[in-house]
Design a protein around this ligand. Structure first.
Ligand code: IVH
Length: 674
């Protein structure tokens, strides 16, 4: 390819990828498979790698997140981002519309209504159709620059679509996370021993306020546009004259807008819409806490103007909160897989949003102390979406004289070993605490681990209590006769149990085993990276912290956690036992037994420059032969396959003293393999 061919190809790939992002994330109607999408993406990344002068901050490849920011820069909004006044019931809504009627001197008016999304308010700015900046609402006048993180929000257009592109456009909206994405995120966080979020709003806000955009990129955030700030049209005669036109316009320019939004012809229609959504609230895919009604006609909006804090032409009709009060009877401690002692409130059972709640989380020791919860107190609890109910605050006026301050235990309630404060958490210090063991083995067999269908959680618990299972390795030596001794364990279930273990032993790839170990901060993604770069568990254990950090996705915290894990004698002993029972997956994700003899087996390749075959084809060939292919250069790489016009990577490879071969050399290796 000539230089201009490359440039054209890069532009085309960027357009294609953004088109498919729009289909997938905005229209919810993908046109191609994930594999086809990945292929386009990889091709773009490879071309951009080789031709750094084509760099563009708005390339879809930048959505994975660039360098961390040093801090947040304040950003002054050109037009103030106002707040909204609230109505707590329909009487207040009708009172508001009376004021509007008086102000406009007319009977009734049309209102644009959309759900009040529960997330974080952000303004995104486009110049000549290109995304240039994003800032949080802040206090309405000054927010924080979060451009680096908003670029990773997949449904946010980096380039506006259509033919009528304004010279300048400021779009306001809410950054949110869907309930299902939120539940999956928390599951991943829990499995990796990371922080679990209380609700989608906290997860969205926490993700946008991260210095490292790679963190935001890994979070399933969405931007829902609901209004505009400044707009300057390229076509002088053009303007939006109603809220409906704005929303239709935003859709055409490529934005997602809140689901269920609609134009109501009368104030009664707004009231009906409010009641309808209140009923359907639980079944919507996003958390909403009310509806927002805005006068549709922009001239009418202008005529009414603003108070010091909110528009006179819009109102939030709030749903009653999913909160209630009840008595805190006691606090009990649960011990998790990583040994964290989590306090759980035992409550006087109360109905809340359709279920009876008798337990709620108190998060951690500091949470109880800061909010001064005492046993016997009346507390406010909340349940939102799929989330575990939580205790929010105490009703001090209702505190009885008998209320008791809770002493957070500094011993593990299960094994009685010392528990130590570690950041926000209190952890059991006993490596072999039975509570940890149970949770660890449950994780080991779960979907996030070896995915042993047929090995039930209940059974793991029983077997661990009886010390039949003390370590995950014991699963592999368990005999059917031992299982059959249990009441309720029939011949069929026992056979299924044993078969599931045998299947995992035969088939599980290295990354699954790594993920199954439950090492702190090591989820599926990191496990895959490790499996692609190391021969087996022992090889990972031999690395220094510094060497681990050279890998993609592995920063100092994860490297430390890995290092600590593999240093421990318990781990070393367990690895020996895995080997002894014959469960020892190797050679990365695709390293299968029969390819062990291939000269490519266990070897790490990197491809650079223009090659006669597509990059992903080359990767597939390597993987078929039991090797692995990586994108960034490091000492781990065995072969650098350099095509034509190979750039900076070859220089780096030479520095590191790596073996550099051309495509013919690669073909020779393949011939030896066949
Ligand atoms: S309109 C001048 N529409 O609610 C009107 N706001 O309480 C400005 N919000 O800061 C807001 N969903 O973060 C509007 N459909 C929606 C909304 C919405 C959520 C948030 C927004 C704002 C806050 C005001």
């Amino acid at each position: 390819m000539t230089v201009s061919d490359v440039e054209k190809r890069v532009v085309l790939l960027r357009e294609k990828i953004e088109h498919h992002n729009h289909c997938y994330y905005v229209l919810d109607a993908p046109e191609i498979s994930d594999a086809e999408y990945d292929e386009l993406f990889r091709e773009l990344v490879a071309l951009e790698d080789e031709h750094p002068h084509l760099d563009d901050p708005n390339s879809p490849s930048k959505r994975v997140g660039g360098e961390p920011a040093e801090g947040f820069t304040p950003y002054e909004h050109a037009l103030r981002m106002y707040s909204l006044d609230n109505a707590m019931n329909l009487d207040e809504w009708f009172a508001f519309t009376d004021r509007v009627s008086r102000g406009l001197n007319r009977e009734d008016a049309e209102y644009w209504t959309d759900p009040k999304m529960d997330g974080l308010a952000v303004e995104v700015i486009y110049e000549k159709g290109m995304f240039v900046r994003a800032a949080t609402r802040g206090d309405g006048l000054v927010g924080e620059d979060v451009t680096h993180n908003m670029r990773t929000v997949m449904n946010l257009p980096l380039k506006l679509r259509g033919s009528n592109i304004p010279n300048l456009l400021e779009v306001r909206g809410e950054v949110v996370m869907s309930n299902s994405d939120f539940a999956a995120l928390n599951e991943r966080q829990r499995n990796a021993g990371d922080k679990v979020f209380a609700n989608p709003r906290n997860a969205s806000a926490g993700s946008i306020r991260q210095l490292d955009p790679k963190v935001a990129a890994a979070r399933p955030l969405r931007f829902m546009g609901y209004g505009i700030g400044r707009v300057e049209w390229a076509m002088p005669m053009f303007a939006w004259s109603s809220q409906k036109e704005i929303m239709d316009g935003l859709k055409e320019l490529g934005f997602s807008i809140p689901p269920e939004a609609k134009l109501c012809k009368t104030r009664q229609e707004v009231a009906d819409y409010f009641e309808e959504l209140m009923v359907r609230r639980e079944s919507l895919s996003f958390e909403i806490d009310g509806v927002v009604a805005k006068l549709n006609n922009l001239d009418q909006q202008k005529a009414l103007g603003f108070t010091s804090r909110a528009p006179r032409w819009a109102l939030a009709l709030k749903f009653p909160a999913h909160q209630t009060k009840t008595k805190l009877k006691d606090i009990r401690i649960q011990v998790g897989r990583t040994g964290v002692l989590t306090p759980v409130a035992e409550l006087e059972p109360v109905p809340l949003a359709g279920v009876v709640v008798s337990n709620a989380t108190l998060h951690n020791k500091g949470y109880i102390e800061e909010r001064d919860f005492r046993i016997g107190d009346t507390v406010l609890i909340q349940r939102a979406g799929d989330v575990i109910p939580q205790v929010l605050s105490v009703d001090i006026d209702a505190r009885p004289d008998t209320a008791e301050v809770y002493e957070f235990p500094l011993v593990c309630p299960v094994c009685k070993s010392d528990a130590r404060e570690d950041g926000e958490a209190v952890r059991c210090t006993n490596e072999v605490c039975p509570a940890k063991t149970v949770q660890r083995i449950i994780h080991f067999v779960s979907k996030a681990g070896l995915d042993m269908e047929g090995v039930g959680k209940k059974w793991v618990e029983r077997l661990a209590i009886d010390e039949v299972l003390v370590s995950p390795v014991d699963l592999f030596t368990l005999e059917k006769t031992a299982l059959l001794k249990y009441e309720g364990m029939g011949d069929k279930s026992a056979a299924k149990f044993i078969a599931a273990v045998a299947k995992a032993k035969e088939e599980a790839p290295l990354w699954r085993l790594i993920a199954a170990l439950g090492i702190r901060h090591v989820g599926e993604q990191t496990a895959r990276t490790l499996a692609n770069n190391f021969e087996d568990l022992e090889a990972i254990g031999k690395e220094t912290r510094e060497a681990l950090q050279e890998l993609d996705d592995i920063g100092p915290i994860v490297a430390d956690s890995l290092w600590d894990y593999f240093q421990s004698d318990t781990t070393k002993e367990m690895l020996e036992r895995f080997k002894a029972v014959g469960f020892w997956p190797t050679g990365g994700e695709n390293g299968s037994e029969q390819s062990k003899d291939s000269p490519l087996a266990g070897k790490v390749f990197i491809f650079t420059g223009t090659l006669p075959i597509k990059r992903n084809e080359a990767h597939a060939i390597v993987e078929e032969h039991g090797g692995s292919a990586v994108k960034s250069i490091s000492k781990k790489v065995d072969y650098v396959v350099a095509g034509e016009k190979a750039g900076s990577k070859v220089a780096k490879a030479e520095k590191l003293g790596l073996e550099i071969i051309d495509f013919e050399g690669f073909q020779e290796l393949l011939q030896k393999a066949e």
